[in-house]
Design a protein around this ligand. Structure first.
Ligand SMILES: *Cc1c(COP(=O)(O)O)cnc(C)c1O
Length: 221
């Protein structure tokens, strides 16, 4: 199957209003260009350095999303161009993103990563942490960061009901946060769903899916 065909097949199943982020981590520019030439403009990477290198080589109308864990000392390298940071899970990171965004006179959109999976290995905050961050005066002072939604990853399992339960939990956390209506930024994005579970995620209210291997094939690390 070609990348172009894979993209076409996936788009056919994704409703309007759901953004498809093509996760291109570990993939070379030549393959990402195949997706670009098939009309894809939103790409996700999980390492800042890789994203910076690819951004330099590729067309400028691409929206680059940072979907991985964010290392504070590397925020400065992507601040000039990153269009959405999915994995914000503490206030210190927000403060650094704000500081770096200011240098480029930008406001950087971010998602709060919420821990919905039972596995310990996944990053993320609790819904109480997220509420605290959104309510905090300190957050309001960060004029160059905009929290526009939440992101979560389900447990890695074949159990569909279990995955569904976790996605529904993220949707309800999002709905609660939206009720707070305290920041200037509109909460509008629920980033959930990957190759193996994006259909379930969409059924549970996802507005943004992050799909890698179903587009580009399996990754060889
Ligand atoms: C790699 C990755 C994806 C995509 O995974 P696939 O199973 O290849 O679709 C989605 N989200 C995050 C955070 C990832 O690291």
């Amino acid at each position: 199957m070609s990348i172009q065909q894979n993209l076409q097949d996936i788009r056919a199943t994704v409703p309007e209003g759901v953004t498809l982020v093509a996760v291109s981590k570990t993939k070379p520019v030549s393959e990402i260009m195949e997706a670009y030439n098939a009309g894809q403009r939103v790409f996700g990477e999980n390492k800042i350095q890789d994203m910076v290198e690819k951004e330099a080589e590729m067309p400028k109308d691409i929206e680059w999303h940072m979907i991985g864990h964010v290392q504070r000392n590397k925020v400065k390298y992507m601040a000039e161009f990153v269009s959405l940071i999915h994995g914000v899970d503490n206030f210190k990171i927000m403060r650094e993103i704000d500081k770096q965004a200011k240098k480029h006179d930008r406001v950087i959109n971010c998602l709060l990563q919420i821990k919905i999976a039972e596995e310990d290995s996944k990053f993320g905050m609790t819904s109480a942490d997220a509420q605290d961050i959104l309510k905090s005066e300190d957050t309001l002072k960060l004029k160059n960061v905009c929290i526009v939604g939440v992101m979560g990853m389900a447990t890695f399992t074949d159990n569909q009901q279990h995955i569904e339960k976790e996605f529904k939990k993220l949707k309800s956390i999002f709905d609660e946060l939206k009720e707070l209506k305290i920041t200037d930024c509109q909460l509008k994005t629920i980033s959930m769903g990957m190759s193996s579970d994006y259909q379930i995620a969409i059924d549970c209210g996802s507005t943004m899916i992050r799909v890698g291997s179903s587009i580009f094939g399996e990754r060889n690390y």
